[in-house]
Write a protein that binds this ligand. Sequence first.
Ligand SMILES: *Cc1c(COP(=O)(O)O)cnc(C)c1O
Length: 398
Amino acid sequence: MRDETISVSRIEVDLAGYDSLTVPIHRASTIRYHDASSFAARFERDADGYVYGLYGTPTHRYLEKKITELEGGARTVLVPSGQAGITCAILSVVAAGESVLIPDTAYGPVRDFAKHELAALGIEAVFYDPIDLKALERLIGPRTRLVWTESPGSVTLEMQDIPAIVSMAHAKGALVGCDNTWASPVNFKPIAHGADIVVEALSKHLSGHSDLILGSITTREESLGLKLKSSLGRLGIGTSPDDCALVARGIETLAIRLRRSGDTGIKIAKWLADHPCVDSVIHPALPGNPGHEIWKRDFQGSCGVFTFTLVDRYANQAFAAMDALELISIGASWGGTKSLIAPTSVRALRTVRPWTGPEYLFRLNIGLEHPDDLKDDLNRFFAALASERTPSLMRVAT
Ligand SMILES: *Cc1c(COP(=O)(O)O)cnc(C)c1O
């Protein structure tokens, strides 16, 4: 053979005696078939068989199985983002002329998806108060196919009573889906509490290092998982094995990362609650917070993601004072090793349960830094906040 041919031809490497401790990364578009008849019959392979890179490689199967086991479900599909997890989950069960109930506190972009794509498809999206069970029960009608939940809710962290929601939805023939990103399967298992579908934004805690975007959908029933898998294939939605391997690696330290960031988060939350500049701290794991009893009853632990607000008098200086932070970065997303702060306004995102607090909420993602270094950094912020010389850059709409 000439060099060109040698360069591109596949050679066999002896794998005898090789059994890696780590997650193998299999990159592939093309799968080789050993004869023409197995190629001709490739679409008859079972759902976990290998056909084409789009439908997954052994690296995808590894992550799917790992997440299925952690969630206690029947099957997991991987999608390019947490947002895709939510949208594909909704589209897999709700058809034109039917309706989906969505909590007012759902991840923000879900509202836009409802307004644009669901509306265009003739799927009705009804937003509901995440903690008003009586009102929710009244909204579940004959056309309701799915009750979406997210507990705790985005930014304002309202805890939902998932077992109660499941029993009222199932009694009326609707399924329940849960965005479990805040808790992760380590701290809450929606399927064990009756949910039919669980979505994780793998971009957050499970990958754990803020370096990729990926999502998962796990189903209680094999049949819904299979339906999703074939639908995603037809839609051409696939994921990268490299990203899957990074998530699989992240999962290995998920429990200890969450324990550490959760513990540090509680320390910081308690400290903030006593700070004169702080108006309120919203953290379901703090005793006295609304939803704390549900958290204690259903969840195994916490994480470092929570929210605080400032007393009115300091609100105008907040944006400028954030320049004083040296350790905590300003940014959205969360679940990584590094602490983040995100000034967030939710007023426009609440249509059923109006937000009556201050315009800006400060969502923290506490990472793996030492708690005292984080306090030092927040003290720099508070010092700047209290200083008269801080120019007022933020205009609060009233
Ligand atoms: C970030 C997030 C998502 C979306 O995940 P992406 O991978 O960023 O699309 C969904 N739900 C919750 C609760 C999130 O925090």
